[in-house]
Ligand binder design. Structure first.
Ligand code: BES
Ligand code: ZN
Ligand code: MN
Length: 502
C-alpha cells in the first residue's frame, strides 16, 4: 500500500478513518457520524469498528475505537491502524484518508505517530502468496492501495512524511523477516540466506564474508560444525560488516561496533535427539534470529544510521543422519572450551557459542544475540514477551528503553551463578543441556561462558511465531520480532554517540 501525506483530502477517496476514543467522542462537523456516536452505536471501545455508508457512491466512514485515553499507547494506535487497514481491505476500499491523532498523544511527536500508524497498516496487510497458485487467493488481497494522511499544516506535513518513510522502511524490514521465516526450509537453506545477504550487501555497500564448511573447520568452530555434520546442505557462516557512509567514522570506529548475532538453524529436526512430529514443520522458523539480524542491517543501512554494525549468522540445518553428531560426543569450540553434547536438539547454543566467540574479534562495545533458543521460554513468557538475559546493567537499561519505545516487549530473567552447575559436565568443560528446570536460563548461562564484553541475549522462541489469526497487525506465521526494538536501540545509541563526541 502506498502511504503519503497531503494538505487536503481531495475528492477521490473511498473511505475515511476516524479514530474514536472511548468516552470522548471526536468533534466532527459530519451529522451522520455525530448521530451514530450519539446513538451509542460506536462507543470507542478499543478495536471496535463501525462502518457508515452514506448512500452507494459516497465515502464510507470507519469509526475505529481507540479505547480509554488513559490506556492509550503507541502500540494501541499501531493495532487500531492495523485493524482499520485490514477492515477496509476486506470491504473493498482502495483509497482512504486518516489524520494523525496528535491531540491524544501530548508527549509524542507527530512524525513518530505517523511512523507507528504506518507500521500498523503495512504490517497488518502483509501476506506471503509466493506458494499459492490459485488466482482468487491472490486477488483477494490486492484491494487497498492508498492511504492519505491529511494535514493542513506544512511543518507537520514534513514531519509526517519523514515518519511515513521511516515506518515504511521498518515495516519492509519486518516483512523481509516474515518472508524468510515463512518460506519453507526447502527454499530457505543456508545457501539461500547467504544469497540474500549478498543482495543486501551489494545494494548497500556492506562487506560480506561467507565461511564454508572447510573454513569453519580450519578455524576450529567445533560447536557449529558439530551441528552441521549431519546435513548434506552446506552450512554457511555469514558475516556482514556495515560502516556508515557519512563517516562520523573515526569516533565510532574507536568505540567498536555493535555486533548482532542471530541463530540461523534453517531447519531444526532435533538431530539424533529427534523431535516429535507434532509441529515439527514449524521448525523452519528456527532461523528467525538470523533473519532479524539480516533485516536489521538492511534497515540500518537504508536509514543510514551513523553506527558501525556487524551481523553474524551461523546458518545450518540440524539433521539426523549417519554422519550426525551423537549424544555424548564432545566438541571443542572456537573458544577452546569443550562441550559434551548430551542432547543434539540443544543445537542453537552450540552454533551461538562459536558465533559469540567470533564476535569478540571486532572488539565490540556490545554483542546482542537473538535466538529461538528454548521451548522453556514459551512456557515461562508465552507469546507476549521475549526473554532478556544480560551480563551488563547499562546495556540492559538501553534495550529496555528501546523495548518501551518500539512496543516489542522484553522481560528480564536472572543469570545467577547457581544455575551454572546444571550445564557443567563430568567429562568436558560444559554440557549443552541443563535439563528441564529453568531451561531458558541454563541455555543463557551456557552462552554467557562465551562472552566477555557487554552482552544481551534475547530468547525469541515464544514471540517469533504467531498462531492468532485475530491479531490486529501480526499475521499468522512469522512475526518478524526484534527488528523494531533493535532499530530503536541503534538509533538512540547512534544519537548518544554523536552527542558525546561534541
Ligand atoms: N529451536 C528449539 C527451541 C524452540 C522450541 C523454538 C519451540 C521454538 C519453539 C531448540 O533448538 C531446542 O530444541 N531446544 C531444546 C533444548 C533442550 C533439548 C535442552 C528445548 O527447548 O526443548
Ligand atoms: Zn533449535
Ligand atoms: Mn533444537
Amino acid at each position: 500500500m502506498d502511504i503519503r501525506v497531503q494538505d487536503r483530502c481531495g475528492g477521490d477517496i473511498d473511505a475515511q478513518v476516524i479514530l474514536h476514543p472511548e468516552g470522548k467522542p471526536p468533534v466532527l462537523p459530519d451529522k451522520l457520524v455525530q448521530s451514530v456516536i450519539a446513538s451509542g452505536e460506536s462507543t470507542g471501545k478499543f478495536l471496535q469498528s463501525v462502518v457508515l455508508r452514506q448512500g452507494p457512491k459516497t465515502i464510507k466512514t470507519l469509526l475505529m475505537g481507540l479505547g480509554n485515553l488513559s490506556d492509550l499507547t503507541q502500540d494501541r494506535l499501531r493495532q487500531a491502524m492495523g485493524r482499520a487497514a485490514t477492515h477496509l481491505r476486506d470491504i473493498g476500499v482502495a483509497k482512504f484518508a486518516v489524520t494523525v491523532p496528535y491531540p491524544f498523544f501530548p508527549r509524542v511527536g507527530v512524525g513518530r505517530l505517523a511512523q507507528t500508524m504506518t507500521e500498523g497498516m503495512q504490517l497488518s496487510l502483509y501476506r506471503l502468496l509466493a506458494y499459492k497458485t490459485n488466482k482468487t487467493d491472490k486477488e483477494e488481497y490486492k484491494s487497498v492501495k492508498t492511504c492519505i494522511f491529511v494535514e493542513p499544516n506544512a511543518a507537520k506535513c514534513r514531519l509526517i512524511q519523514a515518519g511515513i518513510s521511516r515506518g515504511e522502511c521498518i515495516a519492509e524490514g519486518v516483512s523481509d523477516i516474515r518472508t524468510l521465516c515463512n518460506r519453507p526450509s526447502n527454499t530457505v537453506t543456508p545457501t539461500y540466506l547467504a544469497q540474500e545477504a549478498k543482495k543486501i550487501a551489494d545494494r548497500f555497500g556492506i562487506r560480506l564474508t561467507v565461511l564454508e564448511r572447510e573454513d569453519v573447520r580450519k578455524l576450529g568452530m567445533g560447536g557449529f560444525l558439530g551441528v552441521a555434520q549431519g546435513t548434506c546442505e552446506p552450512p554457511k557462516f555469514i558475516v556482514l560488516e556495515y560502516r556508515p557512509a557519512r563517516t562520523m567514522g573515526r569516533a565510532t570506529a574507536k568505540r567498536g561496533p555493535v555486533v548482532l548475532v542471530g541463530k540461523s538453524v534453517t531447519f531444526d529436526s532435533g538431530g539424533i535427539s529427534l523431535k516429535p512430529p507434532e509441529n515439527m514443520e514449524q521448525m523452519k522458523y528456527d532461523m528467525s534470529g538470523g533473519a532479524t539480524v539480516l533485516a536489521t542491517l538492511k534497515v540500518a543501512a537504508a536509514l543510514e544510521l551513523p553506527i558501525d554494525l556487524v551481523g553474524i549468522l551461523p546458518a545450518t540445518d540440524n539433521m539426523p543422519s549417519g554422519s550426525a553428531i551423537h549424544p555424548g560426543d564432545v566438541v571443542t569450540t572456537l573458544s577452546g572450551k569443550t562441550v559434551e553434547v548430551v542432547n543434539t536438539d540443544a543445537e542453537g547454543r552450540l552454533c551461538l557459542a562459536d558465533a559469540l566467540t567470533y564476535a569478540a574479534r571486532y572488539k565490540p562495545v556490545a554483542i546482542i544475540d537473538l535466538a529461538t533458543l528454548t521451548g522453556a521460554c514459551v512456557i515461562s513468557l508465552g507469546h507476549h514477551a521475549m526473554a532478556l538475559f544480560s551480563n551488563n546493567a547499562r546495556l540492559t537499561t538501553q534495550l529496555k528503553q528501546a523495548s518501551d519505545e518500539s512496543g516489542e516487549r522484553v522481560w528480564e530473567l536472572p543469570l545467577w551463578e547457581d544455575y551454572l552447575k546444571q550445564v557443567q559436565s563430568d567429562i568436558a568443560d560444559l554440557k549443552n543441556s541443563g535439563g528441564r528446570p529453568a531451561g531458558s536460563i541454563t541455555a543463557a548461562i551456557f552462552l554467557k561462558q562465551f562472552v566477555n564484553v557487554p552482552w544481551v541475549h534475547f530468547d525469541i522462541a515464544g514471540t517469533a511465531w504467531n498462531t492468532d489469526s485475530n491479531h490486529p497487525y501480526l499475521t499468522k506465521g512469522s512475526t518478524g520480532i526484534g527488528l523494531r526494538l533493535l532499530i530503536a536501540y541503534l538509533t538512540a545509541e547512534a544519537k548518544g554517540r554523536n552527542r558525546s563526541r561534541r
